[in-house]
Design a protein around this ligand. Structure first.
Ligand SMILES: [Zn+2]
Length: 432
């Protein structure tokens, strides 16, 4: 797509339409209550929460995108001045309330922006998302996948949120005489908090602005701003630190829980490099000296970080194996990671290059052949030995059975054989 048409989670001047995937701060940098640059597309729930995050924002610029429905948009090509039409669809990203992916289709091809997403293979939400995505793509090639690559590294292996939520409840029940503080962002982890509230039959304290969000989401009955009503409090992530926990423990015994997909050492060293108030290497020495049973970097269990803090592998981003499944499903021609600022982030091509480009093309051809002709594999087996001879009949047959794909002539026979073997398109015959 030409630049100057649309922006997704980017808010600088120069685009004709702006798309917001979700309301986390790293996706809204540049967006404010004074927004005037153009129409702002978002999901219905994000639209509902938007004026709470940006009081006074001009709601006439909002364009609500219903999930799972094709929408059309006509913009103007900056280079030719001619109208450019395309369609787009929002798909639930299973990340935080209101979060969606956007699929765009037009003369420019097909692009998917995941925003932040969790592709949790055991969840019903993922099953729905899978069906919507495949239905939207049909046999069409996905040209570019803009991917949430936060955990695009095999060291990031963690369980489903359901499993991790049980670990949090276990920690709380194992500390019946402790106050509990849980680190959360201004949006997200609602399902975790609701699970704790419903399982333990307690309310959870949240700060006043967070209670406003809970009201808008319809969860307010499980939350309170009165500290006397509960021993479990959800506090802003930025105020969760080793110093905070030490100070709280001078008043009464308190345990801190950090829900995160990051291994504890990386969690401790991300951002300013010091969120727990001590360096990751220092913390590791402390952990080692205790000889406690900590999880390894890719373990799926909670880690006791120190006397006061547990890190639980509860994540609203996809882990490595989920990212892999997602790419295997879509087989994009190209992938671009949307996260590059964090030191542990890796270009998705490093691990998934073999699932892109030409490999993807072969896979798509296979789908198309099987769909259009109901390919009879027995017939293919008959053709195969003849195709290597010199008969003119065979030659005609061979010509008909060849497919021009990405400038490469591929025989259906060799194509299918190679697909079965997992061979690459580099093995095919160049066009003469
Ligand atoms: Zn996010």
């Amino acid at each position: 797509m030409e630049s100057g048409m649309i922006s997704v989670d980017r808010w600088s001047a120069g685009s004709q339409a702006y798309f917001l995937t979700h309301l986390h701060a790293d996706h809204t940098a540049g967006l404010s209550a004074a927004w005037r640059r153009g129409p702002l597309f978002c999901s219905r729930l994000t639209g509902k929460l938007l004026s709470c995050k940006f009081p006074g924002i001009d709601l006439s610029l909002l364009r609500i995108v219903d999930i799972g429905t094709w929408h059309s948009l006509s913009l103007t090509s900056p280079s030719s001045g001619s109208p450019t039409d395309f369609v787009f669809k929002a798909i639930d990203a299973q990340h935080c309330p209101g979060a969606v992916m956007y699929l765009f289709r037009g003369d420019f091809g097909c692009m998917l922006f995941t925003g932040d997403f969790r592709w949790e293979t055991s969840s019903k939400g993922m099953e729905n998302g899978r069906a919507v995505l495949l239905d939207a793509l049909k046999n069409q090639t996905l040209d570019i996948l803009h991917l949430d690559n936060t955990y695009c590294n095999p060291i990031f292996s963690f369980p489903s949120r359901e499993v991790a939520a049980r670990q949090v409840v276990d920690i709380i029940t194992c500390h019946p005489d402790h106050e509990i503080v849980i680190a959360i962002d201004s949006l997200g982890k609602e399902d975790l908090l609701l699970y704790i509230s419903q399982t333990l039959n307690i309310k959870i304290w949240v700060w006043p602005e967070r209670l406003q969000f809970m009201h808008l989401l319809g969860f307010h009955q499980n939350f309170t701003t009165q500290t006397s009503l509960t021993r479990v409090r959800a506090i802003p992530r930025y105020s969760f630190s080793n110093e905070t926990l030490e100070a709280l423990n001078t008043l009464r015994p308190t345990i801190g829980i950090m829900p995160s997909g990051l291994p504890w050492a990386l969690e401790a060293s991300k951002g300013s490099g010091n969120i727990f108030g001590c360096s990751a290497s220092g913390a590791k020495k402390k952990e080692d000296s205790r000889n406690t049973s900590s999880c390894s970097e890719n373990s799926g269990t909670a880690t006791r970080y120190n006397d006061y803090i547990f890190v639980v592998p509860y994540s609203d981003h996809s882990c490595y194996s989920e990212i892999q499944e997602f790419i295997e499903l879509l087989r994009p021609v190209n992938i671009r990671g949307i996260v590059s600022s964090k030191k542990y982030c890796i270009d998705p091509h490093y691990y998934f290059d073999h699932l892109c480009g030409a490999e993807q093309a072969l896979w798509r051809v296979q789908q198309k052949l099987e769909h259009e002709e109901g390919m009879d594999r027995a017939e293919v087996a008959d053709i195969e030995p003849v195709a290597e001879g010199n008969s003119p009949v065979v030659g005609r047959k061979r010509k008909l059975d060849q497919i021009d794909f990405f400038g490469i002539r591929v025989s259906r026979v060799s194509l299918l054989r190679r697909l079965c073997r997992g061979a690459k398109i580099a093995d095919t015959e160049p066009l003469s």
